[in-house]
Design a protein. Sequence first.
Length: 474
Amino acid sequence: MGPNHVNRRNLIKQAAAAGLIAVPAVGALTSCASGSGEDNKVEKGKKTKDNPLGVNKSAALEVYIFDGGFGTKYAKDAQAVYEKNFPKAKTKLKSTQKIQSVLQPRFNGGTPPDLIDNSGAEQMDMGVLVGKKQLTDLTELLDAPSIDDPGKKVRDTLRPGVVEMGQFDGSPVWILYYAYTVYGVWYSQKALDKLDVEYPETWDDMLSVCAKAKKKGMAGWTYAGKFPYYLPFSLYPFMAKIGGPEVLDKIDNLEPGAWKQPAVKAALEAYYELYKKGYILDGTPGLDHIESQTAWNEGKALFIPNGSWVENEAKKTTPKDFEMRVSAPSSLDSGDKLPFGTLWASGGEPFIVPAKAKNPTGGMEQLRIMLGEESSKNFTKQVSSLTSFDGGTDGLSLPPGLNSAVGAIEKAGKNIVNPRIQDWYVALQKEKIGVACLGEMMAGRMTPAEAMKKAQKYTDEAREDDSITHYKHN
């Protein structure tokens, strides 16, 4: 341990001794319903062994896919299976990077598509969609027989936590997260080998690795400066590792003292050290996600906070011998509540079936197909990512990043955290906490104390705002 070890842990003890007030968050608030849209619905078909949801075999199906890190081919392949099963159905698959711009007007007009991959920088706010009753409850899909084994329900074939992620308040499931994402600190094994270092398991080791890199003309870290809500991909599990999973629960619950917790303070101050010591790649605040990943691929920086879609998204610029890896965040020090390996892994690529969709049953059936082994393996082969289907990797030769992600999940065991703020309160998480607090702090325009104060102000405003629906960990 370096000299900073005592100071950091003492700071936490002092803050803890000062005491924190934890007041329960406001319960769920009701929001106006926007109608059921039953008038537009196609008639349901007959439920049979081969058609357990009762799909109308000749009804049209419209699917919208976010055209991002995973592309759209996996969805087109699943669409082809739907067309084979229902040859009379006309299906349309469209894609865009601007989900909200393109689809919000259609929600407002009562003519949304039947299935949407609601992802990307222009993701529609899930909390708002659920609060305004604009989504179909997917319980019927989850209770339907799986495509591979009629003796198993779809819900019994999913990875841990996927069903719960789609729930906001009570038992209905509004979202089906299709990808299973491992978030963390990504790096090149070749780059570490070149420096003759291992992945740093403590923060003091992280700083010394970054110092060694700097001497060789290489930055320690870069990140998506224009979208600094990527920073929490490693920062949030770091907070949970320091102070326990309840640290993130308080942030999710919008509690009054959430951003004043000692573990939050310690994590922000540790990251701020990266800025102060000059370990962030110059110009990072001006880079988007692609530019920061490219700089990382070019060996300009060692570490980048990201999700497991990065292997596919960055493959055009990734050198053949890069040896992509992911790790859980380093420990702050030996006083952390959770062990090294504590990881954020959870569902990604949120699929929704709008309440006013013409053919919601078709939308659910398309998801049922996608959650089978064939479609799941196809997705993993194409885009180097796991799906929420618990399996689908047998017999596949996994690329290095994904292989590392699978290893990280195994190492984490039960120590997997899943912050909900990013799907409960999209605007708060992305623009306010991400851009206006964390982004400003890492660019050196705000101190950790100022970032905490501002993040708490935004949190308090969201809690007091009765125009948004509030959610809470049970």
